[in-house]
Design a protein around this ligand. Structure first.
Ligand SMILES: C[S@@+](CC[C@H](N)C(=O)[O-])C[C@H]1O[C@@H](n2cnc3c(N)ncnc32)[C@H](O)[C@@H]1O
Length: 245
């Protein structure tokens, strides 16, 4: 029964995503997806953000612990999208927002205007894998939520995180990841992955990002595997925590 449902899901997803797959074959989909994704995401992610609220509140309550000796806290967020994490940042923090997709800027500026408890540095449109405009050891905290699924190279993105963090600074993450291979969720993830990736601007369902984190040269790691209250969904399994340089 489960196999039947999984295969049916695969076929349905493939069928629904067929126009996107065809445009992709012609090389026309990616530029379009990059433009469309922010408008789609701002609507579909509302429930996700609501359900993650308490989890994020708990995670980000540790941010002030990493304020550098010269204060205030310097935060750099990678793939910040619409800026949904700003309400969790402590008053007075200096925040640098980076994202590879320039079409999020409209939503990002709106969030920045609504979060006047923070001081925003100029926004950077840049991939997490190459933040050359950001100095070595120049920030106290790096944040990413639902970003490692979409970067081209998790390893390169984490290498940049380590470079820009000051010694003793921390990388805070909340990322959806690949499910345990013995579960139905994993089978659904594998079935949906090609269409999901195509429609949702390169978002991978089957990344095992914790492996890259565990390999990176952090001095301390608090990493938890969690399943938020939407267990059945392909983006159910998450990792969350922080890693100290
Ligand atoms: C699913 S959205 C998450 C947005 C936001 N972090 C949140 O939690 O709502 C993924 C974000 O990662 C960004 N992104 C994708 N690839 C990226 C890359 N290589 N470098 C930086 N950001 C990237 C996307 O543009 C998008 O804003």
């Amino acid at each position: 029964m489960g196999v039947f449902v999984a295969v049916a899901c695969h076929l349905c997803a493939g069928l629904l995503a067929l126009p996107a797959h065809l445009l992709d074959l012609l090389g026309l989909w990616k530029p379009l997806a990059i433009r469309l994704f922010p408008h789609l995401y701002v609507n579909i992610a509302l429930e996700y953000h609501e359900r993650m609220y308490s989890r994020k509140k708990k995670l980000f309550s540790r941010l002030p612990d990493f304020t550098g000796p010269s204060g205030p806290l310097k935060v750099l967020e990678i793939g910040c999208g619409t800026g949904c994490n700003f309400p969790f940042y402590p008053r007075g923090a200096k925040v640098t927002c980076t994202d590879a997709n320039p079409h999020f800027q409209e939503y990002l500026r709106k969030s920045q205007a609504e979060n006047d408890h923070l001081h925003f540095e100029p926004n950077l449109v840049a991939p997490a894998e190459n933040l050359f405009e950001v100095g070595d050891a120049s920030v106290d905290v790096v944040v990413s939520t639902a970003v490692l699924c979409s970067v081209k190279s998790v390893e390169a993105a984490i290498k940049e995180v380590v470079r820009i963090l000051r010694p003793g600074g921390a990388y805070f993450f909340l990322e959806h990841v690949c499910a345990d291979h013995s579960t139905w969720t994993y089978i659904f993830q594998r079935m949906l992955d090609p269409s999901w990736k195509c429609v949702f601007a390169g978002c991978n369902l089957c990344r095992e990002s914790w492996k890259d984190l565990e390999k990176a040269p952090f001095s301390e790691m608090k990493l938890q595997h969690i399943c938020p209250p939407f267990r059945w969904r392909p983006i159910g399994p998450h990792i969350t925590g922080y890693a100290v340089k």
